[in-house]
Ligand binder design. Structure first.
Ligand code: TYC
Length: 102
């Protein structure tokens, strides 16, 4: 298709095919051994929660078995899970963290 608007026509064609990225929940799981204070630190360090928010989420996980830390695009969610598991392993805590598509 000749003409001076050809390039923008191609760009619009590509734009129309893009879907918004899938989002993933990052979820912390309860266990009987990880100290509460360690979980609060994890939520502050990796999920940008303040101490009050972190404490509420930790207590929810402790009482209900699991709790939402945040919602992110796939790669960021996967990195958060890796960071939490590496940090827990370093400190020899069995804390588990998973991601789930929303
Ligand atoms: N249940 C743990 C305890 O009593 C605390 C805990 C909370 C562990 C949240 C993991 O994701 C977790 N020490």
């Amino acid at each position: 298709m000749p003409g001076k608007y050809r390039e923008s026509t191609v760009l619009e064609g590509q734009r129309a095919k893009l879907k918004p990225p899938s989002l993933f929940k990052v979820i912390l799981l309860n266990d009987d051994y990880t100290p509460m204070e360690f979980v609060v630190i994890v939520l502050q360090r990796f999920f940008a929660k303040d101490r009050e928010q972190a404490t509420q989420i930790m207590l929810k996980v402790h009482r209900e078995g699991r709790g939402l830390c945040g919602v992110y695009p796939r790669d960021i969610a996967a990195t958060k899970v890796e960071q939490v598991l590496a940090f827990a392993n370093e400190h020899q805590h069995p804390l588990q963290c998973v991601m789930e598509e929303t």
